[in-house]
Design a protein. Sequence first.
Length: 332
Amino acid sequence: MDTIRLTRKLVDIDSTTGDEAAVGAALYDELYSLGYSVHKMPVAHGRFNVQATCDGGRPELVFSTHIDTVPPFIPSSEDEANIYGRGTCDAKGIIAAQIAACERLKRQGMAVGMLFLVGEERDSLGAKVANEQPLGNRFLINGEPTENKIALASKGALRVEVKASGRMAHSAYPDLGESAIDKLLDALAGLRRMDLPEDPDVGPCTVNIGVLEGGRAPNVIADHARAQLLYRLIGPSEELRRRIVECLGGRAVADFVLDIPFSRLRTVPGVETMVAAFTTDIPALTHWGEPVLLGPGSIHVAHTEREYISKKQLAEAVDLYCKVAEQLINAD
């Protein structure tokens, strides 16, 4: 099959998270035309995952990735070396490579399937729904842009909302008020100074202050302020949560709004390894077999205005997916 054609076809359908129905329908039609037993798995608000098996039976191994993208929609283009557009590497090129790999493995008589999911870029809702409807497969190859290296681990994510409260006053008389912004800035300074754990194989836990807001006007002492932080986890979050609360010391309060666990993953001999500093659907797919994380494209260009995938790497991914699938199925 033509992976370049399919990648561009999928990229040219806007599937920003929450609006995946059109690309899901196109995938359903594509897989049905190739002779798979295809199922639309309802998620919410007209959205659905797409599940496919070779004969409707239980697969040994399932390929999976997500069909949603971050905004904005960017249609496809190409040159001699690359395909460009939103979702080329994250993760529509991966979808094309996985379908091509399944086509080859199917001809070899191997029991494989596919699971394409909505919502990964926001809350992994599609994966959470799918986890309640497993097929009983032994292995899961999840696709994310890892430059065709197999991930030995995927960092988790802890999203924290830090809030401070104060008392309004005229800015000419700051002693009559209590600045929530001053409290928040002091609290954030403490968090930035806090030592974070490191792992010799995985690297450091990191933090990003992504949103900072508060106050009402330059001439008003701020009565409210908040920040949103994201920690990339290299282990369990419990001790880090405790230290964050201790560091804030009453200057602000912390709400832990998202906690995606850190994952150590299976590798395959002969395939170069890497550490994924990003999160995936894998922690939400605990009932879908032992996971492997692998895919073409670079995470460094995902979510950018010039997202692309190398045509050479896309073709190599098909061979690599087949090689890893055969080793996994035949290993045990």
